[in-house]
Write a protein that binds this ligand. Structure first.
Ligand code: HEC
Length: 493
């Protein structure tokens, strides 16, 4: 089955108009409004179906997939065949708890070790908490199961188990436990679990350089605290840092880079409010508490987090992906110098995304609740080689690549996407305009007296295509240009 997503202009116009009615300050510190555009030119291809919730996906080197199902099963998908893995421990199913994430040891080839997180209960009827275990995966069975960490105290509350797992470059295992619904105690108290990011060695022992190793009564596995419910985590491929996103209260979802011993503030500081609309705290910042790298307003309810290092998707390299549970899309977050510069939607309305991962083949895979695992396939249209001044090809390119921001009538969106119709920038700064389309453009500019400060990415067009689209915009909506842009000119800027 293939679902083709194409541009939804009406929706884009609706969102843009909605944003413009307010004081438009997208992506700035206060983050009053953001503009989320639609990604186009890709297809969602179903890899395999699953009617339950696949909470975690992982890849072996041969690109076969290991999937953990929240209701308590684990299977391996290879060459069209699903094989169930036996030997899981007893799991506590309650609310958001069940079988959660999986992580394959970086040296799996030598040691066969698989790590997983799940909710477990020590004594029947007393509630449960997040648990981290490892086992050897041999011939589709788990053997030598060892519990490495068991969160406490037990609680019957059904929320905020955290549960994401990630290895860093030194084979330390990081994992999250959410606040378990006891926000006033757990996240700020180092003697109990919950509301923390943890760091342990691959054998479950605790590294002596953990920040609270020598603090009396502290849980020594804690690496950072003051978190709500971190459910997305990746290792940055260039810096080796652990990045998380955190399912926050209303308006308080966050992106954080995890630093040793730091307090991320929950619930003493937050940009969010209670779902009911009441205040949690008046403080958005306090001394010795970390500010998020970004927070979402409105909340997207992030479920997962991944870094795109793949070359397969034109322009997506270096950006982040997060599953947005409330809006049922995958959000691509453009990042530059650790600042969010753009946000866009992928696969809207396919369902609730639970995990998103780049496979060894460079493709991005997403598990969608009650549907299965999908692969994102770029589908850049083949465009015929054009002749000089070919306006029909220029128009086609404009519709494919530019219309979603600059609009059909070239008028753009005031304060967000600058106009091209009668635009002093386009008409007077020919070289800068060509450069903008060729290399992308960011930073503040002024067009027809209005300030713009969003980001336009390089769209991967070749010089001839850029010349064609430039000639189209230079001669549309009342624009008249005497001189055509040539392929050679674009080559040389
Ligand atoms: C995702 C939205 C987006 C898309 C798609 C996009 N642009 Fe832009 N464009 C912008 C933004 C935002 C700016 C201003 C950037 C800034 O503030 O520094 C801009 C600026 C420009 C400018 C310079 C300013 C002006 O008004 O003359 C030109 C020329 C331009 N775009 C042409 C194009 C063309 C041609 C395409 C398609 C090939 C395109 N853009 C696709 C968002 C977009």
């Amino acid at each position: 089955m293939k679902n083709k997503f194409s541009i939804s202009i009406l929706l884009a116009i609706f969102i843009l108009n909605y944003s413009c009615g307010q004081d438009l300050k997208p992506l700035d510190q206060e983050n009053k409004n953001t503009i989320v555009t639609d990604e186009v030119d890709y297809e969602m291809e179903l890899v395999f179906e699953n009617e339950n919730i696949i909470w975690g996906i992982e890849f072996f080197d041969d690109n076969s997939i290991l999937a953990s199902v929240k209701s308590g099963s684990l299977f391996h998908y290879k060459n069209g065949i699903k094989t169930e893995i036996n030997g899981l421990p007893e799991i506590y199913f309650r609310g958001q708890g069940g079988l959660l994430d999986i992580a394959i040891h970086p040296d799996f080839k030598e040691n066969n070790l698989l790590y997983f997180s799940y909710a477990s209960e020590e004594n029947k009827g007393k509630g449960g908490n997040t648990t981290i275990a490892r086992a050897k995966l041999i011939d589709n069975s788990l053997t030598d199961l060892e519990v490495l960490y068991k969160g406490s105290p037990e609680t019957k509350k059904g929320q905020h188990f955290g549960g994401r797992l990630e290895f860093d470059n030194d084979n330390f295992l990081y994992f999250s436990i959410g606040d378990r619904g006891n926000r006033n105690v757990n996240p700020q108290d180092l003697t109990v679990d919950g509301g923390k990011i943890y760091r342990i060695k691959d054998d479950g022992t605790i590294p002596v350089d953990n920040p609270f190793y020598n603090s009396p009564n502290a849980k020594r596995a804690i690496y950072s605290y003051g978190h709500r419910n971190p459910q997305g985590m990746f290792k940055h491929p260039e810096t080796g840092e652990i990045w998380t996103n955190e399912h926050g209260p209303r308006g308080g979802d966050e992106i954080n880079i995890i630093q040793k011993g730091k307090n991320y503030g929950w619930p003493k500081i937050t940009y969010g409010i209670n779902y009911s609309g009441t205040t949690i705290t008046k403080d958005k910042s306090l001394p010795n508490m970390e500010q998020p790298l970004y927070y979402w307003l409105p909340s997207i309810a992030p479920s997962s987090f991944e870094y795109i290092s793949s070359e397969i998707y034109p322009n997506w390299k270096g950006s982040l992906l997060a599953g947005a549970l409330v809006f049922k899309y995958i959000e691509r977050i453009g990042i530059k110098n650790n600042k969010v510069i753009s946000r866009s939607k992928i696969a809207e309305d396919l369902g609730r995304p639970r995990d998103v991962k780049q496979g060894p083949d460079g493709y991005i895979y997403v598990s969608i609740e009650n549907k299965g695992v999908y692969k994102i396939i770029p589908s850049k249209k083949k465009i015929k080689v054009s002749k000089l001044n070919n306006h029909s090809i220029g128009k086609e390119l404009y519709e494919d690549f530019c219309v979603r921001c600059h609009m059909t009538d070239g008028k753009g969106v005031k304060g967000a996407y600058p106009p091209l119709a009668n635009a002093d920038y386009l008409l007077n700064k020919r070289i800068e305009s060509i450069k903008a389309v060729k290399y992308g453009l960011s930073g503040p500019i002024v067009v027809n007296g209005v300030n713009y400060n969003l980001n336009m990415e390089n769209m991967g067009l070749d010089s001839q295509e850029i010349a064609d689209v430039m000639n189209y915009i230079l001669n549309s909506w009342g624009n008249k240009s005497e001189k055509s842009v040539t392929e050679k000119e674009v080559d040389e800027v």
